[in-house]
Design a protein around this ligand. Structure first.
Ligand SMILES: [Zn+2]
Length: 274
């Protein structure tokens, strides 16, 4: 599992990295928690000066030399380091009465699997049959209960969000979710710890953001996947948009052309689990 901070990483551990780089006399660019070009240059310069392999990737050795632990980094899954062409298509914010069944069927018809990050509240109000998700080789996962930013909640409230969603998924799909994606991809150390306590060893984010919720248009969604997806990618999509559904055929086509195969998250991390 590739979890070391790298280009495209965002979040607390990148901010920590930037602070350490700055303290060590290297300029990582704006202290924004985003691993961009400047941060990459700073990491490379640091590695070169210390006689470390100049990879630009903050692996264990580089982290140690910088005096940071990768504990937070290990707790975030953005993509998986694998070469066999597996990728994960993930769909947030459902179930959605208009789109869930259509998305699940479209994927299954193409021999593809997806992971659905359901909201507990949506599950409770969804009256339609969800066997299309659970029965067609797809995987349900947790996106929390009410789509609240977890880091703004008390730890007890976070636990409740997770527990209620697990119950709802178990009731509707007959399984316990293995993955949790915090709403908005927002988290802090406390979110990581509470999630871990409830049995999620890491938070699941993504490395390919289609930004489909901004309604960029079908061709743009497909082009974003075409340009950015690679073996091991986790691709972020949403359930509530017509254009996402419309783009699905094109997404599956470009992935196939790139030799990539959509599988569930469980299949993506197979052999790479913690
Ligand atoms: Zn969401």
């Amino acid at each position: 599992m590739e979890t070391a901070p790298h280009v495209g990483s965002v979040g607390q551990e990148v901010l920590e990295l930037q602070q350490r780089l700055l303290a060590a006399g290297y300029s990582p660019g704006p202290m924004d928690g985003i691993f961009g070009k400047k941060t990459l240059q700073a990491v490379r310069a640091f590695q070169k000066d210390r006689g470390l392999p100049v990879t630009g990737l903050v692996d264990e050795i580089t982290a140690k030399a910088l005096g940071i632990t990768l504990e937070a980094g290990r707790a975030i899954l953005r993509r998986v380091d694998r070469r066999d062409g597996r990728v994960a298509l993930t769909f947030d914010d459902g179930p959605n009465s208009r789109y869930t069944v259509k998305i699940a069927n479209a994927l299954a018809d193409a021999g593809a699997s997806g992971t659905f990050f359901f909201l507990g509240s949506m599950l409770e109000s969804a009256k339609f049959d969800l066997s299309c998700v659970c029965g067609l080789g797809h995987e349900p996962a947790s996106h929390g209960y009410s789509h609240t930013s977890f880091h703004k909640l008390s730890s007890a409230a976070m636990e409740q969000e997770l527990a209620k969603t697990e119950d709802a998924i178990a009731r509707r799909c007959g399984v316990r979710p293995r993955f949790f994606r915090p709403p908005y991809g927002a988290f802090d150390r406390r979110v990581i710890l509470v999630a871990r306590k409830r049995g999620y060893p890491f938070l699941t984010l993504w490395d390919v953001d289609t930004r489909d919720w901004t309604r960029p248009g079908v061709s743009r969604i497909i082009a974003t996947v075409d340009k950015n997806a690679s073996s091991g990618s986790i691709i972020l999509l949403h359930e509530g948009y017509e254009s996402t559904l419309q783009a699905l055929g094109g997404i599956l086509r470009v992935l196939k052309n790139k030799g990539l195969r959509p599988v569930t998250l469980s299949q993506l991390i197979e052999g790479h689990a913690d």
